[in-house]
Ligand binder design. Structure first.
Ligand code: ZN
Ligand code: ZN
Length: 631
């Protein structure tokens, strides 16, 4: 086999060229929709981030092999304060900074061998996407679910601007150090309170969510209710990097939504984004000056932009039909793919994002755009990857980059290690020795492949049932069972990988046996290649091709195990001499059915030495139960 890096690049090119993971609408097929919470394009992807993408990818690859029509998309949660800050400090436009981050992260994602449908990729700062956010806001307005009200904001007395909570440190501005005071200001709100009761009641439908998340949502919904007055969702920001809120203020007619045919209201380029008042969009006269859509007189455009959580509240719906230019998405598409069957993300999103997304989805459901009442059927919250006992972060200087790992060990080793680190719901500690262990393990798989590939007979199914090495076939079928059940059991990939390791050890010694059989080796080799492929897909593709198969392994049928081969096989058989019980012997089920094997074992048993000393006149054998020697 070629070296890992060459193999990995080869298959990444192959998948890209053949659009192997492009999903198509096909109502004849059973669908499976898996989404990892899409990333904020910081340009600084580290191993702590990649766990959830690899988890989702293993699920996607496994489900394809189980015969599902799998949708596994990715996108960029592009609007956010960090991008505006990073761009400002570098003296470049946020749109330019964002594009360079997206480019480098796309490269990293592709180098991790993630099986995304890249044709559906979306960027929330793209007007093709945010025009629909603006469209939704005008619809919410019509339904009375969007309104203007007063809210307290953080006001920096030095920068003369509104700050987000994360920009305030101990009542002072993190940028200039000035005192931060509360100020009352007019803001835009989504009326989530109107849905609070349904958000509470429908938690009952979420039977495949972690109990911890349900409890956190209940706590959030309750504490936003009762004494405190329940609070609506403030979606306006007095900042630049976001989608303009599409409303016009006319002296005569008041607040008027921008008509559909004038959407999107584009975020103007070349803006002055320095801190200060008025906010950036209010400084651009050509942006502010407009005409009232109702009376045609001169009016002013709203200069607030939209909170980033509005964009993540429905992106999973846009993925179902991401090129649609007429509608946010076609209901036919959404109703086929939705709900998301498996959503993967961090526990830090247990409330805010997951409540806003449920609310937004319910409003769209009420508008008749999508049938299912809840967006996410099953939720998985992965633990963190720590280094030196701390969460990986750039500021703590304990970051491991996937690029370094891939360069040194290869993608497959990196993927398998991250999945082997421990139960995926738990926090785990990064351990370089562990990576080396996985590197040795995959090396053994390749060695087994190299030394058995010449024995491979693709027609093994025709001969394997006559094979006499049944006990070794049991090893293979138990491995299939264990790996499959571990994957199905709450993504416990670490136990699946342990089972693969045990199996490889058994395969190595079987290969040394003089009575080894080609059909048994061939079965094991083919099954091993398939079972390892969700974890180490590049290596598996290369092995698959080497076995003489033409199509990508990605759509091969996941094997079923034979229940009878997995059964507990040890049997206790009674040995009698002249009708009296003399001993009991433990033996495999097959051997217990075979008279010659039973006689052999009985003769060797020290308690039955008379069998050697005297002549056996007659033998009565009840297969699997009893043998009686008449002497
Ligand atoms: Zn300040
Ligand atoms: Zn007007």
């Amino acid at each position: 086999m070629k070296n890992a890096r060459e193999t990995e690049k080869k298959w990444q090119k192959f998948w890209e060229k053949n659009q192997t993971f492009k999903a198509s609408f096909d109502p004849e097929k059973k669908k499976y929709y898996v989404v990892e919470m899409y990333p904020y394009p910081s340009g600084e992807l580290h191993m702590g981030h990649v766990r959830n993408y690899i988890l989702g990818d293993v699920v996607a690859r496994y489900k394809r092999m189980k015969g599902f029509n799998v949708l596994h998309p990715i996108g960029w949660d592009a609007f956010g304060l960090p991008t505006e800050n990073a761009a400002f400090s570098r003296g470049i436009e946020p749109v330019v900074w964002n594009a360079s981050c997206v480019e480098s992260m796309t490269k990293q994602f592709k180098s991790l061998g993630l099986s995304y449908d890249w044709d559906r990729v979306l960027d929330t700062s793209d007007s093709d996407y945010y025009r629909w956010v603006q469209w939704f806001l005008t619809r919410f307005w019509e339904k009375g679910l969007l309104y203007k009200g007063q809210a307290n904001v953080n006001w920096c007395t030095g920068c003369n601007t509104v700050l987000a909570n994360e920009q305030v440190e101990d009542e002072h501005c993190e940028r200039c150090g000035s005192r931060v005071v509360e100020k009352t200001m007019s803001q835009w709100f989504l009326k989530i309170t109107e849905y609070a009761e349904r958000l509470w009641d429908d938690l009952e439908l979420l039977t495949e969510w972690p109990a911890r998340v349900i409890a956190m949502q209940k706590h959030w919904l309750k504490n936003n209710d009762g004494s405190l007055k329940i609070r609506d969702w403030c979606i306006s920001r007095q900042r630049y990097w976001g989608a303009p809120i599409p409303f016009v203020v006319c002296e005569e007619c008041g607040v008027q939504p921008v008509p559909d045919d004038q959407l999107p209201i584009l975020l103007p380029l070349g803006a002055d984004i320095s801190p200060g008042w008025p906010p950036p969009l209010a400084r651009i006269e050509s942006f502010v000056k407009t005409t009232c859509p109702k009376c045609g007189e001169s009016a002013e455009m709203t200069t607030d932009t939209t909170d980033t959580f509005v964009f993540s509240a429905w992106y999973f719906l846009r993925f179902t039909d991401s090129h649609n230019q007429e509608m946010p998405f076609d209901s036919k598409m959404a109703n086929y793919w939705m709900p998301v069957d498996q959503y993967v993300g961090g526990i830090e999103h247990a409330t805010v994002h997951l409540i806003y997304a449920r609310f937004f989805h319910k409003v769209l459901h009420d508008m008749g755009l999508v049938d299912c009442p809840e967006p996410f059927k099953k939720l998985f919250t992965q633990g963190m990857i720590c280094k030196d006992g701390k969460k990986m972060s750039k500021s703590k200087g304990n970051v491991i980059s996937p690029d370094e790992m891939i360069e040194q060990f290869g993608t497959d080793v990196t993927r398998v290690y991250v999945m082997f680190m421990g139960p995926p719901e738990m926090d785990v500690e990064w351990n370089e020795q562990g990576v080396k262990g996985i590197s040795r393990f995959l090396g053994r798989v390749i060695k087994f492949y190299d030394s058995s590939v010449n024995l491979f007979d693709s027609n093994w199914r025709e001969t394997v049932l006559q094979a006499s090495n049944v006990s070794f076939r049991r090893v293979t079928h138990r491995a299939i069972k264990k790996v499959t059940e571990s994957i199905e059991e709450n993504l416990h990939f670490h136990t699946a990988i342990s089972a693969l390791m045990e199996w490889v050890t058994a395969l190595e010694s079987y290969l040394e046996e003089p009575r080894r059989e080609t059909s048994v080796i061939s079965e094991a080799l083919e099954m091993m290649t398939i079972l390892i492929s969700p974890f180490a897909p590049h290596m598996a593709e290369e092995m698959w091709e080497g076995l003489g198969f033409v199509d990508s392994i990605s759509f091969q049928k996941w094997p079923a195990w034979s229940e009878s081969l997995c059964e507990q096989t040890s049997v206790t058989l009674i040995v009698q001499i002249n009708g009296k019980m003399k001993a009991s012997i433990e033996l495999s089920k097959e051997d217990s059915m075979n008279q010659a094997s039973v006689e052999q074992l009985a003769t060797e048993n020290p308690k039955l030495s008379e069998l050697k000393e005297k002549t056996v006149i007659r033998t009565v054998f009840v297969p699997g139960r009893i043998i009686n020697f008449v002497i």
